[in-house]
Write a new protein. Structure first.
Length: 373
């Protein structure tokens, strides 16, 4: 630290802590924050955003008699992400800090986060994955791997080493400038990083301690929600390209379906002219189902039969091109006649390009008022 122990690097701080069944941890957390607050002479308020835990947290907070600790009991729109966003909206001070209630994040590191913000960084992370940062020694190999893979998946959105951290700080103006916040799940820091378009990010090493009291709320469902969150961020950040890449992934899987059907029918000695047609149709149905569910999910409320007819009609141009190219190649070459799957790959490539254009612009048109991503 370059500042003296007496100086306050920022005039005022609001620490937002989301809680669900953390009553036992609150006195310990408030105690440690209070000590740091006094030592650094910080103008600090603590906002506890509780999702109606019914675990006596109201009495606990009242008993602490700290006027700078404010408890909000939320009854609607529950969840960690929305709780943090609500807390940040209620915050009165210049700098916003978010941290967990279970003492995994050391409150003593808050002044360091504040100091980095004063050096013109926009977003400061209490980070486990920079030099000097550590995680609890008791983490299993699976937990380490899980955390690393989740972090890797966030790479397209940020260069931060630990964007999944729940311990971070930003200026109130930065938060106010964030657009289209749609916090689902746990990774509210990542959501804010992406949507406030922060460029100057600093990571301060911390030791992440496992909780001693209370239970973890990080379930498997929550981890799956993370994948959904990533997909939304992808669409937000990469717009039309996100649709195209999802369409391409579905197309890739459809190709596998096409080849599998073709192989089975060929093994059953079905004439190739029929086998190729059935394989193309099977892949078309498969692609429709996945594109409706994922790639163009914003148009899912439209009638399914009508949409299928539209998709089949639109794809029929590509399917015909596919069929014609595949059969022509098979007829041209004895080698490809023995390996129709190779001919099918060329046919699929020709058909796919035509299909994308027609599907994107004609079949799965955006509704007039798109849902926020
Ligand atoms: N308001 C609110 N807070 C939540 C909710 N789920 C979790 N939290 C809080 O978010 C913080 C992080 O949750 P944890 O359960 O500690 O998740 P984790 O840190 O990933 O996992 P462990 O530390 O291993 O338990 C804690 O302060 C929780 O009390 C929720 O639905 N609403
Ligand atoms: Mg925790």
């Amino acid at each position: 630290m370059t500042t003296s122990a007496q100086s306050a690097p920022f005039p005022s701080v609001s620490v937002v802590v989301p809680t669900y069944r953390e009553a036992d941890n609150i006195p310990l957390l408030v105690d440690r924050i209070a000590r740091m607050r006094d030592e650094r002479h910080l103008d600090l308020e603590l906002l506890i955003m509780d999702d109606d835990s019914n675990d006596g947290i109201e009495d606990v907070v009242r008993g602490l008699q700290r006027p700078w600790v404010r408890l909000t009991v939320r009854k609607e729109n529950r969840g960690l992400g929305p709780a943090v966003v609500d807390g940040m909206r209620l915050a009165r001070n210049d700098v916003l800090v978010c941290m967990d209630a279970d003492l995994s994040h050391p409150p003593e590191a808050i002044p360091e986060l504040l100091e980095a913000l004063s050096q013109d960084y926009d977003f400061v992370i209490g980070s486990r994955y920079v030099q000097g940062g550590t995680t609890d020694e008791r983490w299993s190999l699976f937990r380490r791997l899980n955390s690393r893979v989740a972090t890797l998946l966030a790479r397209p959105f940020t260069c931060a080493n630990d964007p999944m951290s729940g311990f971070f700080a930003l200026r109130r103006e930065t938060f106010a400038a964030a657009q289209d916040l749609n916090p689902i799940g746990y990774k509210i820091g990542l959501e804010l990083l992406v949507k406030s378009r922060c460029e100057f990010i600093k990571e301060v090493p911390i030791h992440f301690t496992d909780r001693r009291l209370g239970e973890s709320k990080l379930t498997l469902a929550e981890q799956l929600r993370y994948l959904q969150h990533l997909r939304r961020l992808f669409i937000y950040r990469y717009g039309g390209w996100a649709h195209f890449s999802q369409f391409a992934v579905v197309g890739g899987l459809g190709t596998l379906v096409n080849l599998a059907v073709l192989t089975v029918l060929d093994l059953l000695n079905v004439p190739l002219a029929i086998a190729v047609a059935v394989a193309i149709f099977g892949a078309m149905v498969f692609n429709f189902a996945l594109n409706r569910r994922f790639t163009f999910s914003y148009a899912r409320q439209a009638s399914l039969p009508r949409q299928f007819l539209g998709f089949a009609g639109a794809s029929s141009v590509g399917a015909l091109a596919n069929y014609a190219v595949t059969l022509a190649l098979i007829r041209q070459s004895a080698f490809l006649a023995r390996l129709p799957q190779a001919a099918a790959l060329f046919g699929i490539a020709a058909g796919m390009l035509i299909n994308f254009g027609i599907s994107r612009y004609l079949v799965f048109r955006k509704p007039r008022r798109p849902k926020p991503v």
